[in-house]
Design a protein around this ligand. Structure first.
Ligand code: SF4
Length: 409
């Protein structure tokens, strides 16, 4: 059975729009209802924050919105003029530019602007930029900012590391409870962690549906569908959303539905999305009858180690196991497993200029992986948000040539 030539949206997406709309509406109303807002990095201790009653806001999600709406490129220079280099994280520079200009897509979601934090919590498991980013706002608003300092290039996530990170998370309880104005309740934390774990396992099932041939979804679908896993983890809404989506995917798989009609090639996307070009890239791959079936990026929100019976240490283990903070040999092993599991024909590495942390093509990894798995790869130069760093024409030509190369394999 085929999909038709146009991409068919998921019926579940309507439910996603409702829950995401409610999330932003709640954030908008939090101050007048006396609720506190905590900023959190994407793999920060969101479960702890929710258990203390904070509304949790994720600035990287805002960064992605600025990229997807193509507002970022005009906003970045404002942050550059303020002293942030054009070479550093373009989520950071577009977000701070957005704040300085007072222009944000959040205004369409009922907020007047970027929601003011009562406290900011970062985790350096992904990069140092998040610390600089959050500390800037802490100074701007004169509010507290705390962090978890996770080592990077981690080999095995051993007990020593879990202790080190787990204790840092535990040390946040007291200051956060004081700001929240509520006592810490370990049972509340356990129940949030349970919900978060449920969400994670369902999100994993969503992504694993793409192991079917043909795949019922693409990486580009994943970048949209991941919204609740990013901003609503730990809440029942996210669980119920992914239950609906998994059921729909099961139906698609049973019907042999192809997200890309006539799927010929299955591609792995390594690195950040190019947020402002998702639609164009999705269309090009569809025309080439190539399905980007899996990615490191979408899989980064799977936190299987979460365990309500061991809250702090399991959070530490889960947050320190993510791809971005692992050593190259661990990353290579992971990519090789993904290639086998998703029956990948070729890999695209996105070398994202302003995110060296999530670009893995700079230290010979593509060549090493190629040697191990013997499938072609392509490196594209671009950026997550700054479209001045992305050459549309060159990328299009390179992808076309890559598809040609796959035909010859
Ligand atoms: S990981 Fe990359 S994109 Fe994400 S906040 Fe850090 S520098 Fe920015």
């Amino acid at each position: 059975m085929s999909s038709g030539s146009e991409r068919k949206d998921f019926a579940a997406t309507k439910q996603m729009k409702t829950i995401m709309g409610k999330y932003f509406g709640d954030l908008a109303q939090a101050p007048q209802h006396g609720r506190k807002i905590a900023w959190c990095t994407s793999v920060g201790p969101a479960e702890l924050l929710r258990s203390l009653g904070f509304d949790v806001y994720f600035p990287e999600n805002h960064g992605a919105m600025l990229g997807a709406t193509r507002m970022a490129t005009d906003l970045i220079p404002l942050a550059n003029a303020h002293g942030f280099s054009p070479d550093i994280c373009s989520y950071l520079t577009s977000d701070i530019g957005s704040y300085l200009k007072g222009a944000t897509p959040l205004q369409k979601m009922g907020l007047t602007g970027i929601p003011k934090a009562d406290v900011l919590i970062f985790n350096t498991n992904q990069c140092r930029d998040v610390k600089d980013w959050f500390q800037w706002y802490a100074r701007e608003w004169n509010v507290p900012c705390f962090g978890i300092h996770t080592p990077r290039a981690v080999g095995d996530v051993d007990e020593l590391l879990v202790d080190y990170v787990g204790r840092q998370i535990e040390a946040l309880v007291e200051p956060l409870a004081q700001i929240a104005g509520v006592p810490f309740d370990i049972d509340r934390l356990r129940s949030v962690i349970s919900l978060s774990r449920e969400c994670t396992l369902l999100w994993k099932r969503v992504l694993e549906a793409a192991a079917s041939v043909p795949s019922p979804l693409t990486f580009f679908d994943g970048t949209i569908q991941m919204g609740p896993a990013v901003v609503l983890r730990g809440l029942p809404e996210a669980v119920s959303y992914y239950q609906t989506l998994v059921a729909e995917l099961d139906e698609r798989v049973a019907a042999g539905y192809a997200a890309v009609e006539g799927e010929r090639f299955r591609i792995y996307w390594e690195g950040m999305p190019v947020w402002g070009k998702l639609r164009d890239l999705a269309t090009q791959f569809m025309e080439l009858k190539s399905c980007v079936v899996a990615s490191t990026y979408c899989n980064s929100w799977i936190f299987e180690a979460l365990d309500a019976n061991d809250p702090f240490r399991s959070m530490a283990r889960a947050y320190s196991s993510i791809f971005i903070c692992r050593s190259d040999d661990q990353k290579e092993r992971y990519i090789q497993q993904m290639i086998a599991k998703y029956r990948i024909n070729g890999i695209i590495y996105h070398d994202s200029k302003t995110c060296p942390n999530n670009s893995n093509s700079r230290y010979e990894m593509p060549q090493r992986v190629r040697q191990a798995v013997d499938i072609p790869y392509l490196i594209i130069n671009g950026d997550l948000n700054d479209l001045r760093l992305f050459s549309e024409e060159q990328t299009r030509t390179n992808i076309e040539a890559f598809a040609e190369q796959l035909t010859e394999v």
